[in-house]
Design a protein around this ligand. Structure first.
Ligand code: XIL
Length: 376
């Protein structure tokens, strides 16, 4: 038998332990495991494995996925009673095979919903009964197919105006203001185990936050099965003020509900229409190069600002990890982010944690360290 010096055994044991610790901690999901879930949205291209490396990266780094589009009404039920489940099925199969939680997005929204939902056979506004029966059919069909397999659903999306009043959407007009509670009831009946969220953007704004708190109080008074509040989190280097985000998380936490950050991205580009800051997807401005300053690459100084913003937000989220259950990025990489095309088509933005080649940005290991330092 060959003699193996003890110090060598000791050193290699240390190395192995070190490598294991590093491997274990080098992913976002592992570093944050005691704090909150780390999710990402997936596009149809990504779900179908057509973007090289993305599904591999997602299972290393994230433990929740949201369909960026394919579970929205216009994609999953484009024609009454005709459902396109293929892409959602594929995403859920991928998630289940890799121990990743699935977030459903979204049951009811005024956007990306086909016109037929609100029209009768003659093309006139449909009656309340007809719209309600379509809503029931939709929720039952989609939720019963995936019953017990979806961690949480964005049940209602963007029902509030910027001033905190209820949006006079087609849903509101057809069903009256009780429609929000109705969605929560229907969804809970269809899949009692799924967490149900009210999801919206700009909830950091004091007046919109107040509207959301009123809505929550109303739902709680009706004993509607709401589990949490989704703060979308479409931010930029210039807004919002961290304090406002913190105040909103604290205020929502006091209602007894959980907070989920559902759609985080931090644009580095100037917002072309300061009166419309938020995430109203109907904005569609013509490309002007003055609003597209980094088409040829991101200067280091701006990249540093982005890192700092991410670190500040995650510090804040970690401080509130008793309230926050999940932080989901709205996309995996800068190549695919919707912010390249919203609110102005054809820009080059850099709002996510992985670059155009799916490489981690400088901030990723820093975010990992931040979570480790936060202990638990
Ligand atoms: C966006 C998608 O990212 C885009 O691909 C799509 O063209 C429009 O919708 N709020 C939401 C999300 O709740 O569903 C939106 O996603 C972004 C704003």
């Amino acid at each position: 038998m060959r003699f193996i010096p003890l110090y060598f055994l000791f050193a290699s044991a240390l190395l192995t332990a070190g490598a294991a610790a590093q491997n274990q901690n080098s992913s976002l999901k592992d570093a944050y495991t005691n704090h909150f879930i780390i999710g990402t949205a997936l596009s149809a291209t990504q779900i179908h494995g057509k973007e090289p490396g993305t599904l591999e990266l997602v299972k290393q780094q994230f433990n929740a996925v949201t369909a960026e589009n394919v579970m929205k009404w216009e994609l999953i039920e484009p024609v009454e009673g005709q459902f396109n489940f293929a892409a959602a099925d594929a995403m859920i199969a991928y998630a289940e095979a890799n121990n990743i939680k699935v977030i459903g997005h979204v049951l009811l929204w005024h956007e990306q919903t086909p016109d037929w939902v609100f029209l009768d056979a003659k093309g006139q506004p449909a009656s309340k009964e007809l719209v309600l029966s379509r809503l029931k059919n939709h929720i039952n069909a989609v939720m019963s197919r995936y019953k017990g397999r979806i961690h949480g659903w964005d049940a209602v999306n963007e029902a509030l105006n910027e001033d905190g009043t209820l949006r006079q959407s087609k849903w509101y007009k057809a069903l009256g203001e009780d429609y929000i509670a109705t969605v929560f009831e229907l969804a809970h009946q269809a899949d009692p185990k799924a967490q149900l969220y009210y999801n919206d953007f700009n909830l950091f704004k004091p007046e919109k936050r107040a509207g959301a708190l009123k809505l929550i109080a109303d739902l709680q008074a009706k004993k509607a099965p709401i589990y949490g509040i989704g703060e979308q989190g479409h931010y930029s280097l210039d807004y919002p003020e961290l304090q406002q985000v913190e105040d909103s998380i604290a205020a929502f936490g006091k209602t007894g509900l959980k907070v989920v950050i559902t759609e985080l991205d931090i644009s580095v580009l100037p917002f072309p229409d300061p009166t419309n800051i938020g995430a109203d997807i109907s904005l569609n401005m013509k490309l002007k190069q003055e609003f597209n300053p980094y088409a040829d690459g991101l200067p280091q100084a701006v990249s540093d600002q982005l890192s700092n913003k991410y670190l500040q937000f995650f510090e804040l989220f970690l401080r509130h990890s008793d309230t926050i259950e999940r932080v989901t990025l709205w996309g995996v990489n800068d190549n695919q982010t919707w912010r390249n095309n919203w609110p102005m088509r054809g820009r080059t933005d850099y709002p996510l944690l992985f670059d155009r080649n799916n490489q981690p940005k400088e901030v990723v290991p820093k975010l990992v360290k931040l979570a480790e330092k936060a202990g638990k």
